[in-house]
Design a protein around this ligand. Structure first.
Ligand code: GDP
Length: 195
């Protein structure tokens, strides 16, 4: 999809603020610093549309980006930030649970993991969470420009094994630096959103 029009419709903290348009939605989840803003910006050909709100003390919100008046990217705050308080962790859990359990328009999730390392315990929990709620998931291994081509097969194996990836879910390696994987990610998004 060629994206000419993007707007941040709302930064929501609760369900009553979600847009009432009914367009298909794809959620983007990943631990802080994994490269989520970079992926979103690359997908929509913008330099700095998506920003993270993972810094402790900042309000954690679900950011609804409307693309071409037909599809929402829902940017979920980054998890796994060591300095986040217990109270903020609980708030995050409640916010994502409310979204996943109430949102009929949700067609799938893109979960990002850093391709340079095995998925963390938080990554595994998040994936299990998405599976528990039957959310179709694309796992994106980020920053793959930092991994040599010779190591790609073992990177793929490690991510699949650690997450215990479902047969029906896909894994794509991606780089915001080189654009590798971008076309594949868009293909999955279009198929999953049904656009
Ligand atoms: P977020 O917190 O998940 O939104 O992560 P960001 O998109 O802000 O990226 C975190 C850091 O990783 C930044 O310094 C980015 O420049 C860097 N980064 C993100 N994606 C890539 C990538 O594909 N390759 C490389 N080499 N660095 C990346």
């Amino acid at each position: 999809m060629k994206v000419n029009n993007v707007e941040l419709t709302i930064s929501a903290v609760s369900a009553k603020q979600y847009p009432d348009t009914g367009f298909p939605e794809i959620a983007f989840v990943g631990r802080s610093n994994v490269g989520k803003s970079s992926l979103i910006n690359k997908l929509i050909d913008r330099k700095a549309m998506a920003r993270t709100s993972s810094v402790p003390g900042k309000t954690q919100t679900l950011n609804f980006y409307l693309l071409e008046d037909m599809l929402y990217f829902v940017d979920v705050p980054g998890y796994g930030f060591a300095k986040v308080s217990k109270a903020d962790r609980a708030k995050f859990a409640a916010m994502i649970e409310e979204y996943l359990t109430t949102r009929g328009q949700l067609r799938g999730a893109v979960q990002l993991v850093d391709a340079r390392h095995a998925p963390s315990a938080d990554d595994v929990s998040m994936y299990q969470y998405l599976k528990y709620y039957h959310v179709k998931t694309l796992v994106v291994g980020t920053k793959v420009d930092k991994t040599s081509r010779a190591k790609r097969a073992s990177v793929i194996k490690t991510i699949k094994q650690t997450l215990d990836l479902n047969q029906t879910d896909e894994l794509i390696l991606f780089s915001a630096e080189t654009g590798e994987g971008k076309a594949q990610v868009w293909k999955w998004l279009e198929q999953t959103a049904g656009i």
